[in-house]
Design a protein around this ligand. Structure first.
Ligand SMILES: Cc1ncc(COP(=O)(O)O)c(C=O)c1O
Length: 415
């Protein structure tokens, strides 16, 4: 096991270094009822079911039958992976650019993640990049709506129907983004969300599974919240499957409930800010903002990203990013670490050494990981600069300032 570098930090601690004229999400804007709901839980001696209340409120807001609270998106996806009940060695096609949380559950279930490439010019996969990855062992497609930009889901769902595959979503970065009038998280069999402190609807370390599928919801509750246990009268708990203790804490639910009450207005700001910035940045020669698809009426933007045309500048994209950060665009940096085929060295090693489940059987073929397996995503990320300090605190003036900083650095390095 390699352990070089400092341990990663999360939540407000990860943002403590971010300073400057532009706002950042911390301290978070809190729903006015947060304290009231927390107080209610304490006053009740921990008897009110805040988790249940949040689940119902979330299901109502998203228009789904079931919402299941978890302590994060990573656990939500782990529970879903178990609830689908595929077999070790089965392949799940996954977005190439994401966070470890997307694949953790797949790995723990001994499924094999197969990274589809990115569609050209974007951070998301598409039906065209998924199709060549489909084999006789493919069981599901896990779509990540990176930065809040929704994958083009209709063609993906059509492809899945033709091959009998499950489609589900990691909608962690896309809370209330929409796709042709439907919300992210309602576009497949199920979806997972994050309410981690830094996410759009930050509520400490929370998450949820949503689905309209009654049987899947029941299985997810059983596996995720009941630890796979049934209560046998006269005996006690019997664990028929190895479930998880992934209940959303009631205190988190209290905060999440309050955050849900203000999230629509926050998302409206994020959408407006992202579109204004996109327009402004598109005018800077050599700089291209992430394209917002015409099918997306609301861009619940969690992270803003730009691509730098290396032919037009006399510096490396990483230098460009450093100078942006130095000039006040704090939090700006390269996004290369999101390339899943490269940033999970254990996956590379295990596949190369044909460790279970990469041994045949259960695997039916040899697998290789590494940046060259998703070349479009690799090349895209080499010139991609992101910053996730964009948030509901941004005003038009902040957008103008951010664009001016980019224009300034670009002008300094233009060939
Ligand atoms: C796309 C994506 N999926 C999953 C996760 C994991 O979410 P959580 O921190 O709630 O476990 C993250 C976290 O950043 C993410 O960005």
């Amino acid at each position: 096991m390699t352990n070089q570098g400092e341990r990663a930090q999360y939540g407000a601690a990860a943002w403590a270094h971010v300073k400057g004229e532009l706002p950042n999400p911390f301290p978070r804007v809190m729903g006015p009822n947060a304290t009231r709901y927390l107080q209610e839980f304490v006053d009740s001696g921990m008897t009110v079911d805040l988790m249940g209340r949040f689940e119902q409120a979330l299901a109502r807001r998203l228009g789904v039958k079931h919402a299941i609270g978890t302590p994060g998106c990573t656990p939500a996806l782990a529970v879903l992976a178990a609830a689908f009940g595929f077999s070790p060695g089965d392949e799940i096609i996954v977005s190439p650019i994401s966070d470890y949380g997307t694949v953790q559950g797949l790995i723990r279930e001994n499924y094999i993640p197969v990274f589809a490439d990115a569609a050209p010019g974007t951070v998301n996969l598409s039906a065209a990049t998924i199709e060549p990855c489909i084999t006789d062992r493919t069981r599901a497609i896990l779509c990540v709506h990176k930065t809040g930009l929704v994958c083009d889901m209709d063609p993906i769902n059509e492809l899945a129907v033709r091959h009998g595959l499950v489609v589900y979503e990691d909608a962690c970065q896309a809370f209330l983004s929409d796709y042709r009038g439907r919300l992210a998280g309602t576009l497949g069999r199920a979806a997972a969300f994050s309410f981690d402190a830094e996410k759009t609807m930050g509520a400490d370390v929370g998450g949820a599974i949503v689905t309209d599928d009654d049987a899947l919801a029941e299985r997810a509750r059983f596996l995720g919240q009941s630890r796979g246990a049934v209560a046998v009268p006269g005996y006690g708990r019997v664990h028929s499957v190895p479930g998880y203790a992934y209940r959303m804490p009631h205190c988190t639910a209290a905060i999440a409930l309050a955050q849900l009450e203000i999230v629509d207005e926050n998302v409206a700001v994020r959408d407006r800010v992202a579109r204004r910035l996109t327009d402004l940045v598109a005018r800077i020669p050599g700089v291209t903002p992430l394209p917002i698809p015409e099918y997306q009426a609301t861009y619940s933007c969690w992270m803003f990203g730009i691509s730098i045309d290396p032919a037009q500048f006399d510096c490396a994209p990483s230098t460009f990013a450093e100078e942006l950060a130095g000039a006040g665009l704090t939090g700006a940096g390269m996004g290369e670490y999101y390339l899943l085929s490269e940033c999970l060295p254990f996956l590379k090693d295990n596949a190369a050494r044909q460790v279970y489940p990469y041994s045949c059987p259960p695997a039916s073929r040899r697998y290789t990981y590494g940046q060259d397996t998703t070349p479009v995503a690799r090349d895209f990320l080499r010139t991609f600069i992101r910053w996730s300090t964009i948030c509901e605190k941004y005003t038009d003036e902040h957008c103008d300032l951010a664009a001016a900083i980019i224009a300034q650095v670009a002008a300094r390095h233009h060939r």
